[in-house]
Design a protein around this ligand. Structure first.
Ligand code: A3D
Length: 318
């Protein structure tokens, strides 16, 4: 049986980490594409040389021509520019929108049957632009953000209550980062919801609020520390978890930026919600009952995404 083919558009910090993880997890053969000449070729060769030590079989190829992504099963997009200290994700709109248009064309021509995961920021708007440019069905184009936001939340909670990260589950809705809506009543430690842990005296409400805020600011905290570029290890792990669920038809329930068609009362936008990812791409959108407070937070988050899309449409109109 032929191996799956994974195309990574953008061979920067996240792209290189994605290639390494895809190899180590033996998800398939990898093509790293970038407009920068030499960069994808160099990273592909370097990672291929880690294979004998890590013990994986995968072909790795660097490319500057979209023809090399032909018939990819999965495409993960990180092409564009990341944030610098002091910048918001929204400051990237103009540059990254142009990049999404060219990447979308490449996917439309060479990999129209792929499952496409967008990581480029500002995520909820860029995944929309990429879908439009590629013309792929909405269920085959999805954005990575919720897995990362919930991983950050899980890490902080696990540290706070001193248990394994494996036993902490978190649930987030809404746009990426600043407008994320953490669903604390559905976030658990070994199945015990956080509000119950408050009752049990493991953590207090104030501390949960602080952790929620640190999670919202999680990307900026790392940008501030790195001083050039943004987070890349956890974002890459997050997208690989989504790709794996598709390739192995695992039907994981993961928070992703998915296209809503009336769910949660939202029409025609990409927003972070829990979805089931399997061989059909986004196979199901999980629609939760929200409390009044959660509904308001979610509506605010959706408004932010809508505002960003309006900016994109204005820019597109010139
Ligand atoms: P970086 O290391 O700069 O890599 C981006 C790569 O894209 C570079 O190698 C560029 O040469 C390449 N590139 C630029 N334009 C094009 C183009 N037209 N076609 C193909 N390649 C191109 O950035 P990174 O890997 O750290 O981050 C990539 C993106 O992910 C940025 O937009 C970040 O803001 C975003 N990001 C998103 C999250 C989310 O959770 C959504 C987290 C972290 C980073």
């Amino acid at each position: 049986m032929a191996r799956s083919k994974i195309a990574l558009i953008g061979a920067g910090n996240i792209g290189g980490t994605l290639a390494s993880l895809a190899g180590i997890k033996e998800l398939g053969d990898v093509v790293l594409f970038d407009i920068a000449e030499g960069l994808p070729q160099g990273k592909a060769l370097d990672i291929a040389q880690s294979a004998p030590i890590e013990g994986f079989d995968a072909k790795l190829k660097g490319a500057n021509d979209y023809a090399d992504i032909a018939d990819a099963d999965v495409v993960i997009v990180t092409a564009g520019v990341p944030r610098k200290p002091g910048m918001s994700r929204d400051d990237l709109v103009e540059t990254n929108m142009k990049v999404m248009n060219s990447v979308g064309e490449g996917i439309k021509t060479y990999a129209p049957n792929a499952f496409v995961i967008c990581i480029t920021n500002p995520l909820d708007a860029m995944v929309w632009v990429l879908r439009e440019a590629s013309g792929l069905p909405h269920n085959k184009v999805v954005g990575m953000a919720g897995v990362l936001d919930s991983a950050r939340f899980r890490h902080f909670i696990a540290e706070e209550v001193k248990v394994s990260v494996e036993d902490v589950r978190a649930f987030v809705l809404g746009g990426h980062g600043d407008s994320m809506v953490p669903m604390t009543r559905y976030s658990t430690v070994a199945g015990i919801p956080l509000p119950d842990l408050v009752e049990m005296g493991w953590i207090d409400r104030q501390r949960i609020e602080e952790i929620v805020q640190r999670t919202r600011d999680g990307g900026a905290e790392i940008v501030g520390l790195l001083k050039s570029g943004s987070a890349f290890y956890a974002p890459a792990s997050s997208a690989i978890e989504m790709a794996e669920s598709y390739l192995k038809d695992k039907k994981r329930v993961l928070p992703c930026a998915a296209h809503l068609n009336g769910e949660y009362g939202v029409e025609g936008l990409y927003v972070g919600v829990p979805v089931v990812i399997g061989e059909g791409g986004v196979e199901r959108i999980v629609e939760l009952q929200l409390t009044e407070e959660e509904r308001q937070d979610f509506a605010q988050s959706v408004d932010k995404v809508r505002g960003l899309l309006d900016t994109c449409r204005k820019l597109a109109a010139g």
